[in-house]
Design a protein around this ligand. Sequence first.
Ligand code: ADP
Ligand code: ZN
Ligand code: ZN
Length: 827
Amino acid sequence: MASTAQAVTLPKYAQVAVPVHLSKTFTYRLPASMQRDVRLGSRVVVPLGRKPVTAYVVALLPALREGTSLIESEIKEVEQLLDRDPPLTPQVLEVTRWVADYYLAPWGEVMRAALPTGINASVEEVVSITAEGQAQRSAVRSQSNVKTRALNLLAAAGDLDLKTFCLRIGVSRTPKWLRELEADGLVERVHRARSTVTRARKRKMVRLKLHSKDGAEHQSLTRAQHAVIETLRAHQEEMAVGDLIESAGISESPMRTLSKKGMVEIFEEDVRRDPLADAKLPAPDDFQLTPAQGQALDAIEQPLTEGGFAAFLLHGITGSGKTEVYIRSMRTALAQGRGAMMLVPEIALTPILSRRLRANFGDQVAIFHSSLSKGERFDEWARARRGEAQIVIGTRSAVFAPVENLGLVIVDEEHDTSYRQQESPFYNARDTALIRGQKENAVVVLGSATPSLESFHNAQTGKYQYLHLANRIANRPLASAELIDMREVFARAKRPATFSDQLLTAIQQTHARGEQAIILLNRRGYSSFILCRSCGESITCPNCDVTLTYHRSDRTLVCHYCNHRQIAPSVCPVCDSKYIYYVGEGTEQIEEEIRKRFPSLRIARIDRDAASRRHAFEKALLDFGKGELDMLVGTQMLAKGHDFPNVTLVGVVSVDAGLALPDFRAAERTFQLITQVAGRAGRGARGGRVLIQTYHPGHYALRLAATQDYPAFYNEEIRHRRNHGYPPFVALASMLVHHRELRRAQSIALSLRKALNEANSNRACRVLGPAPAPLARLRGEHRLHFLIKSRSRRSVRQLIDTALNAGEFSDTDLRSVNVEIDPVSMM
Ligand code: ADP
Ligand code: ZN
Ligand code: ZN
């Protein structure tokens, strides 16, 4: 009954979201021609202001909603329907709506983020000549004015986009006479989606037709034509046109003649751009699971076979076999006829993982990540959309991948901050994965060796089921970490040194044994801070328990949470030493120094710069894996997930920069880093050493990371969080005001403070700020921020929503305000 009812009541209106920084949706009329074909999630072109834009259909309405303030005659029409098969599935559409609501993000922006770049078409204006114009043109052929030239141009060139048209006529802007031509009905102007949308790549093929197989001898053929037939026969009667040209040493024209004679057929074939096309795949493993792995797998399989939502935290130390549990769970999902998704922090960092999955699942895996080419990304996405790939592995935005009948979602290294998008829409893919799992009745597994405090807390309170892999495979020992006290190194040398003797000796010995080393620098953000070389003390805010940031210009120390300021001291307030300095060494200097000391080492440097050059980066990792490099030097990216059995030394040159960041998660991040880093050493049978240079050898995060004692760290850290009122005990949001002009940023911030105060009359939240953001100036913009805390997350969102809507903010003002719910970084 429902379907017949649907068949008669076609939608008359579409509610759409546009991918710009606006939280509203808009209603448009659907022309009769589109009413049958339009779907939820379809992309359409609509007029917005003076310009047409691409928009996403979020609701279809048979009539205007009751009590609407819209006036029928003022509603504009949808100009164009871009797809009949909507790129966003209904489930994904639901998830994007949740993300928009929860993170107070513009829905259209979320939908755009959910699609691979290349599918988001832009709109252009196209000029064409009408039949009337054609007739007129021949009538006035003799005249040589500009209008005739324009008509001639359009007649010869066909449709032109407006820019090209102006260029060819030789004018810099749309000429007035074009409107006159349009008014006279001689030309037409329409908007259409620009055809830069990424498409499947085609290849021209040629195939022998059946009846010509034996008949060729009786035809009078040229030598070249004979060569075509012979070559095709030698190649299973079908090959790429380009290959045939090359191997037969002919041009394309004999093929075309043969095609006209009906002896061969020329056709096109889709070519898949496969990111792993030339990759060497490892043999799929097939070992007996350990008892702990078996228990974890059983627990995951239970809800998976029953088909309901469940959330797990898989806490397994590095090398304990988590990935193997993921792979087996994915197999189970497939056996149930369901799809699976695995999110990883930065897949470019784990080329080995994608190869391992491809070896296990072949073409059933689609790979999504940001450093694929547009074409590769589109093809992988399309394979998932068509249901050819039932498993998707990818970074953050893969959480929106169009996996049909999703049964399992895995979030590996769930504590990783790269799951949080650092630009609008600010969403966290880990938390979105849980929502997607709920909506699709899928099982969600969060995995980590160092779970985030929030996730471990959720496991403690029973919100997640806790699974534990406490030992390494084959009971390989964990590398022990040794803390090197740089205060002593300084006391002995009487001058600042980048390397301790212990670390230098260890590098020397490792190299002498033909083993490999990783040296890294913990450096996040760009701020500097003050540290005493004698006692290791850094200077913290009296109100906030975070490190004060040093501002060179006026020699002050500033708290970026509450705006407390003080003059930078010239002697250490704790020990009176005058050896105060501010921190900031780069990976480049470190690499240079090592090269100078050990000229025979083969070294590659890996940091953000290097990572942006995908191939160089992957090559360095793969070469290192093959033993063609002796050392990798880099930032904390190097700590993530690699498995290099010949690495027996990991050195952390300076861990203190991360520890002293003005972020309440600084200790947690440092603990995670050191634990992960220690996991990189000793993956093979030879064991390994981890050396950490620090001015804070007594810090609990370092001490407990050195002994890999997660429970002790959790207990210590959760106490701090409770005492100082930080997550998971409060909900947190930040609002960042950014503007080129400082005065403008300040005035928006002041209005915002006022609006927040008014909206907070019930005192449900605590509002801190405005204070300069830790990165007070970024890309030419000044930045101020607020921190909003409350026991109730709902109150936080309500407060922000009310303040932004009630306050008198223009659209431009609002574009200068970023709202982050549950921010993962205070930078
Ligand atoms: P994690 O993801 O926890 O770091 P992996 O799943 O990558 O751990 O396993 C570490 C190593 O141990 C890998 O080389 C893997 O092939 C191997 N491995 C995993 N499970 C087993 C097992 N049950 N028996 C033998 N080797 C295993
Ligand atoms: Zn001191
Ligand atoms: Zn403070």
